[in-house]
Ligand binder design. Structure first.
Ligand code: EPZ
Length: 448
């Protein structure tokens, strides 16, 4: 049986071993090329998603510019449309316009939430504007259980009545009230959800132990331009004064620090010389210091950054953590680089409990990696060898692409819909830098 549909629409119960799922794509790389040239960073996926959720707070047209063409953003568009929004996206210009005169269906269904857990970001604005919400629990994903208990505990503190039934969060609140919230962990979307709920609450909300990622500041700036009063974003304490009304605005999205970091590593690993335009280098201090420690040259000139790789790549130790620590979203990419380093590197993942899915695939390319709990010990090898690989999650996919760029021979990466969630035509950007890389359509046979 051949299924010619989007892979994430394929539920495994429909398939039996040996079935062929059509319309799958692969990335094919012939390794060994130095990357040289100029590449431009797209808008930040993890800044766009909360801005899209913020558009639910008003009934006019919200305009978001510098929006990349990504699977996650398309999914969120489908979710907003399901809820009654009008959504217009022009891929050529990167302009996204959203208007929700009325929230007709205050619900985020499982089939959308399961493919993108950031859908939970509609919970705050639905409660704030619509006073009720039915949002599917996201469920786990490849990198971890991804609970939202901290979101729900904070909303309950703000007066929401919340129950969890049949896999859905049932929430209602006639009017949210300001509260003093202290997160046990600086959750990124948890901080964003409470900001989005608090803007219409009665009184002041204080979020302590808030996430400090740049995407939080981008959201705060947008809420303030809409007429909100949000202060402290970018620090661990954020204050939100509730207001009665907000107005729709036009917002420009910050560049994607994780895409930028991925290209920095690509240049570093291939002994390249790449000029990264519109690079948010001030958001990438932890990565920059580690790349310099590994022997990479990073030259900043305004918004542009030139990254020059040198051999041998020196091994460095990495420990991920909440911003401004080394970002968990760069861990897999750095592991690919350390796989060809001159020594031993210890990589410790403290944010997610299962974010080493790329290790098995890197080892199939000849990497020497031993996982011990939250840490992976990477012993650099002289070279990796190309192999057929399978992507498991967004950033693991990027790690496999990077490894393919330096591997001897051909690397084929399947299930690249994971990659398309967060990278805008990465193969075109890498091809423009001299990589021998292409995207091919290929049927995939359901494995035993
Ligand atoms: C955001 O996810 C990002 N996604 C992730 O990027 C990123 O990896 C992550 O922050 C950490 O920086 C978006 O912004 C859309 P968290 P989020 O809540 O908000 C635990 C990518 O590759 N936790 O900060 O889901 C949780 O289990 C994606 O673009 C609770 O226990 O991350 C995790 O261990 C992947 N209870 C830790 O906190 C909660 O209620 C950090 O999670 C919430 C979180």
């Amino acid at each position: 049986m051949v299924y010619c549909i989007e892979p994430e629409q394929v539920s495994l119960t429909d398939l039996t071993v040996g079935d062929t799922v059509g319309n799958m794509e692969k990335i094919v790389i012939e390794g060994g090329n130095r990357l040289v040239g100029t590449v431009e960073v797209s808008g930040a996926k993890n800044a766009v998603l909360p801005l899209m959720a913020a558009s639910l707070l008003v009934d006019g047209w919200t305009t978001i510019t510098n929006v990349p063409s990504l699977r996650d953003i398309a999914t969120f568009n489908r979710l907003l449309s399901h809820m009654g929004a009008e959504v217009e996206y022009a891929k050529e210009t990167g302009v996204l316009r959203i208007r929700t005169p009325e929230i007709t269906v205050p619900e985020a269904p499982y089939d959308l939430v399961k493919t993108m857990r950031a859908s939970v970001l509609v919970l705050g604005p639905l409660l704030a504007r619509n006073h009720r919400a039915r949002v599917s629990l996201p469920g786990g994903c490849a990198i971890g259980a991804r609970p939202i208990d901290l979101h729900l505990k904070a909303l309950t503190q703000m007066g929401a009545e919340i129950s969890v039934e049949h896999g859905y969060v049932e929430a209602k609140a006639d009017r949210l009230k300001g509260a003093r919230i202290r997160f046990d962990y600086p959750t990124v979307t948890g901080t964003e959800n409470i900001m989005l709920a608090a803007v219409y609450a009665d009184g002041q909300t204080v979020i302590e132990n808030a996430a400090m990622e740049p995407e939080i500041l981008c959201l705060a700036n947008a809420l303030n331009s809409m007429g909100g009063f949000v202060s402290g974003a970018g620090t661990d304490t954020i204050k939100i004064e509730g207001v009665k009304e907000l107005s729709a605005v036009e917002v420009d999205v910050i560049p994607d620090r994780i895409e930028a970091g991925t290209f920095m590593i690509a240049s570093a690993m291939t002994k390249g010389n790449v000029l990264i335009k519109n690079c948010p280098i001030t958001f990438l201090e932890a990565l920059t210091l580690k790349l310099q420690e590994a022997g990479t040259s990073v030259e900043v000139s305004g918004n542009d950054v030139r990254v020059i790789g040198d051999f041998p790549v020196r091994s460095v130790d990495i420990k991920t953590g909440p911003y401004p620590a080394f970002p968990t979203d760069m861990q897999a990419q750095m592991m690919a680089m350390m796989s060809i380093s001159s020594g031993l590197s210890v990589i410790t993942e403290t944010v997610f409990e299962n974010r080493f899915m790329h290790v098995g695939e890197l080892k199939r390319m000849g990497a020497d990696i031993t996982v011990d709990g939250k840490s992976a010990v990477v012993k650099g090898v002289r070279s990796l060898s190309g192999a057929p690989l399978m992507a498991t999650d967004l950033r693991a996919s990027a790690s496999l692409v990077l490894a393919g760029l330096v591997a001897d021979g051909i690397t084929e990466i399947s299930r690249i819909y994971h990659l398309d969630r967060g990278y805008e035509t990465i193969e075109n950007k890498l091809m423009g830098l001299g990589a021998t890389i292409s995207r091919v359509r290929a049927d995939s046979v359901v494995p035993a």
